[in-house]
Design a protein. Structure first.
Length: 477
């Protein structure tokens, strides 16, 4: 079933025609520009209340958003995963190897997931996605054996085979004019992670990482309930299967060849940028918290406060950046957001020699008020907050770009191919990072992150992120 939502900017006929076109190439450059300009002009005249009314008028959006927020409530616990694994097996090469293997499995699953997402009922995929994630949380909560943790991670990354269709289920039905705002609402649900982070911070001094496991167990139970909600209340969304008489392998190859051609035509620059950004992310996330814990002597409750502050800053910015992209365009917003990335890497490096950005008395006074609060005066605090806030904003920009530019026909295939190209390259990052840190020092990871961030920032400033060819500068998102 295809559900099309009506808004003031475009009639149902306009939306249906866009979906029927399938390819952006069906419009001339001038028509495309006029289409985008009309959307941008209209967006400037729409308030938040009108945007909320438009996106919430579709009942499936409400159910999907509510269950996604339950998942997001536990998302930031994953920030401590490498540190948790370090407490079990204190070896960065091992942690990096686990990251590389699971990333490769997830990438391959995502590739085939694109075809699944465009041929299987997307409601079914949305339900299965939540069930897989619930299984992962339950296993992390129940088991501490490294092998079973690896199995849990393998199950978790297998969600990529259903995730493309699950994401496309929502993306196909969000009005383009409200896409930035609507998608930012999903990520804004991470504010609920403040609750789980506070609980973790309070329980950690008492029970250590046992609290981490207990919260995962609770999360798994709630995600099972979310699975039931999706199964009961989401509307069916069957997809057109392959033509009768055609072979599965031939249909798979033909469909993905068409999707790849569309992808490389529409967002070639974004693919390259995201590859380098993903590699830099794997280096940063592999060692950042371990570096803070082992080298800078920052404890877990302090890190919890650090992530709570990150979320408090992040949520309003998410809602704002989605609307900025809708109004100002992707490139200018991407430059504004990504300019912070090399600064965060540099600060983490400097933190080794300059641990405090304010007098030590400030930190001591803050800790006397709330244990761990003194971290806000640490240089490493600034580095991590800037990194995590801007990572989420950057991911939102990427999603908005995809939503604004990709056709409706092969959405899931194109999404899967995009992430397959990005992730298959970046999947080697954890093991490479682990080997580099063991051979030199953990700080080498952040030096490499800084260099990659500078290269990416230059690429965003210099090149168009979307279309290629002579007319690439004429089409502004």
């Amino acid at each position: 079933m295809k559900v099309v939502q009506k808004d003031d900017a475009r009639s149902e006929d306009r939306l249906d025609n866009d979906a029927a076109d399938g390819e952006f190439g069906n419009q001339s450059d001038s028509e495309d520009k006029d289409h985008i300009k009309l959307d941008e002009v209209h967006e400037e005249n729409i308030g938040i209340r009108a945007s909320l009314s438009a996106v919430f008028s579709w009942s499936n959006f409400r159910i999907y958003l509510a269950t996604a927020w339950i998942f997001n409530a536990f998302t930031y616990l994953g920030s401590f995963f490498n540190l948790y694994l370090w407490s079990i097996v204190p070896n960065l090469v091992f942690i990096g190897a686990v990251g590389t293997i699971t990333a490769a499995i997830g990438t391959i699953a995502r590739f085939f997931g694109g075809y699944v997402g465009d041929t299987v009922n997307r409601k079914t995929l949305a339900v299965l996605s939540m069930l897989i994630i619930a299984t992962y949380y339950l296993m992390i909560g129940l088991f501490t054996d490294p092998l079973l943790i690896f199995v849990a991670l393998t199950i978790y990354v297998s969600v990529e085979i259903t995730k493309g269709g699950s994401t496309a289920y929502i993306m196909d039905n969000i009005p383009r004019v409200h896409s930035g705002f609507a998608l930012s609402l999903f990520t804004a649900g991470r504010a609920l992670s403040i609750i789980t982070l506070v609980v973790f911070g309070v329980l950690y001094p008492i029970s250590g990482f046992q609290a981490y496991r207990q919260l995962h167990l609770i999360g798994g139970i709630l995600l099972l309930l979310s699975t039931i909600l999706r199964a009961v209340f989401l509307e069916s969304s069957p997809q057109q299967g392959r033509e009768s008489g055609t072979k599965l392998w031939k249909a798979f190859i033909d469909d993905n060849r068409r999707a790849l051609s569309t992808l490389l035509t529409i967002i070639p620059g974004m693919i390259i940028v995201c590859i380098f950004d993903s590699i830099s992310d794997t280096f940063f996330r592999l060692g950042a918290l371990i570096y803070m814990y082992e080298e800078l002597a920052i404890d877990i409750p302090s890190m919890v406060i650090m992530f709570i502050v990150t979320l408090i800053i992040q949520v309003p910015l998410l809602l704002k950046v989605g609307r900025i992209v809708d109004r100002k365009g992707v490139k200018s917003t991407a430059l504004m957001v990504y300019a912070i990335m090399p600064i965060s890497a540099a600060l983490l490096i400097v933190a080794y020699w300059v641990p405090e950005w304010a007098p030590l008395s400030f930190s001591m006074t803050a800790n006397s008020i709330i244990p761990g609060l003194g971290i806000i005066f640490k240089t490493s605090f600034l580095a991590i907050v800037l990194k995590y806030v801007n990572d989420t904003l950057w991911y939102t920009i990427v999603l908005v770009l995809i939503r604004k530019r990709l056709p409706s026909k092969d959405t899931s295939k194109i999404l899967s191919l995009f992430w397959f190209i990005v992730w298959i390259t970046a999947s080697f990052g954890p093991i490479v990072g682990g080997l580099i840190s063991e051979a030199t020092s953990i700080m080498s990871l952040f030096v490499m992150v800084f260099i990659l961030n500078i290269i990416i920032l230059g690429a965003i400033a210099r090149y168009d992120l979307t279309t290629k060819g002579q007319n690439s500068q004429e089409i502004q998102i």
